[in-house]
Design a protein around this ligand. Structure first.
Ligand code: CDP
Length: 237
């Protein structure tokens, strides 16, 4: 497999074509962004840490029967993925109240959400990823009702697998965001799973171990990501 020209550069990853029309290369950069890209910083080792973390999690999800776009790791900072037609809708599950939910609804940060909530957001930085619903997604053609139902099922399956995985490492999976795409007619998990796109707290102290450390200027961002990885059995070399 040969890496070809760049297709797209996102806020933290760049995407490359390959000689296989069904495969892309994802390059995890050290760039870290927050607030819809208004704040960007380079954090040493982040690309390697998130690429390694993502490969490990995608492997766990795949083993649990959840279809993902992940194919193989290519280098420290790159992996090969299936080329999907991305659905521009972000799926968020919350087990514990934090972030946007606390701001929007005034609930107390840290309260347990039972049952866990499921929210949809439109992937659009210029509009600050507005919250949407199934009706809007259908009307505007972002996703069909069937696709949304499948995305919801898969997003909760991911919760079952990862809540347990992180709890076994002494951490709470507070919330997370997933993106999906279509590959040969099937809904498949795309993008990445890393501490950039979820919230993880130490189960005892409730210390933040995810991107909120960057958003809130708490420092020790990559050290926390590596600690999360170590606790679930990842060797960063
Ligand atoms: O992160 P923020 O407070 O802006 O929004 P949220 O709705 O509380 O985010 C819920 C979860 O989805 C968090 O784990 C975020 O890190 C993640 N998220 C993301 O990765 N990308 C987005 N564009 C929005 C949320």
């Amino acid at each position: 497999m040969e890496k070809r020209e760049a297709l797209y550069a996102g806020k933290a990853k760049s995407v490359y074509l390959t000689d296989d029309p069904d495969r892309l290369v994802l390059h995890f950069r050290d760039d870290t962004s927050a607030f819809d890209g208004q704040r960007v910083e380079s954090l040493a080792r982040k690309g390697m840490v998130n690429n390694t973390f993502n490969a490990f999690i995608m492997g766990k999800l795949q083993a649990a029967g959840i279809p993902t776009h992940f194919d193989s790791q290519l280098s420290d900072t790159e992996c090969v993925v299936k080329r999907l037609d991305m659905i521009p809708v972000e799926c968020v599950v919350r087990n514990i109240a934090a972030g946007g939910l606390v701001k929007r609804l005034g609930v107390e940060e840290g309260s347990e959400l039972n049952p866990p909530t499921f929210e949809l957001f439109l992937k659009n930085d210029a509009l600050h990823d507005p919250m949407i619903n199934e009706s809007l997604a259908e009307t505007f053609g972002w996703a069909t009702p069937e696709q949304l139902a499948r995305m919801k099922t898969l997003t909760f399956q991911v919760n079952d697998v990862l809540k347990r995985l992180f709890l076994d490492g002494g951490m709470l999976l507070v919330d997370y965001k997933l993106e999906f795409g279509v590959f040969k007619g099937e809904i498949v998990l795309g993008d990445e799973f890393s501490p950039d796109g979820c919230r993880l707290w130490d189960a005892k102290t409730r210390e933040k171990m995810d991107k909120d450390r960057f958003r809130q200027g708490l420092g020790g961002v990559i050290e926390a990501y590596e600690e999360v990885g170590r606790r679930i059995g990842i060797d960063f070399g």
